[in-house]
Design a protein around this ligand. Structure first.
Ligand SMILES: [Zn+2]
Length: 57
């Protein structure tokens, strides 16, 4: 599977067995993303939370 980096719009390759909560790093810009949704062919990413940051309920 592939998705686009929100930072640099580069392609990110993602393993087919990716799980929610997994951290993916963009190979181009190094930004860390957390997987928050997995559908058949689509993975949605959000910017990974930094430790100590408010989770913002
Ligand atoms: Zn990137």
């Amino acid at each position: 599977m592939k998705t686009k980096c929100k930072e640099c719009e580069g392609d990110i390759s993602i393993a087919d067995d990716v799980v929610i909560g997994e951290i993916i790093s963009c190979p181009d810009c190094g930004t860390d993303f957390e997987v928050f949704e997995v559908k058949e062919k689509t993975v949605s990413l959000k910017q990974a939370e930094t430790v100590g940051e408010d989770w913002g309920e």
